[in-house]
Design a protein around this ligand. Sequence first.
Ligand code: NI
Length: 158
Amino acid sequence: MALRNIRVKGDPILKLKSRKVERFDERLATLLDDMQETMYKADGCGLAAVQVGVLKRVVIVDTGEGLIELVNPEIVEKRGVQHEIEGCLSVPGESGITERPQWVKVHAQTRTGEEKEYVGEGLTARAFCHEIDHLDGHLFLERLIDEDKQRMLSNKKA
Ligand code: NI
């Protein structure tokens, strides 16, 4: 395993669309292993391949319930709404309240190409959506709820 450099906001690669994985080979396994080491080292709860400069539809998530590897993930079902604070390893020092579904079902493949479904709620649903957004060139900054709503929510919590 090896650490890879995390790309940060301003790097044009973060706006590009990642390509579908067709080959479930050693290269993919190495990428996933390196992403895992890089994410844990940075203390993140999710990482997309594009964040380490690789335009492949690959993400990893660990919200405290163990590592989940998603290859070619797609959200196939969503329910509810949540407004919570979100940040990103590629946007250091910034965070904000986003709107995300409360529950999602994701269809994906494993590192060996096996088809699998995952269900995520709360933080895990948010992480799935956040990471899958990266694969289409979107950062959480585009999902922030508007300022009035942000203010109302922060008043409520104060
Ligand atoms: Ni991110």
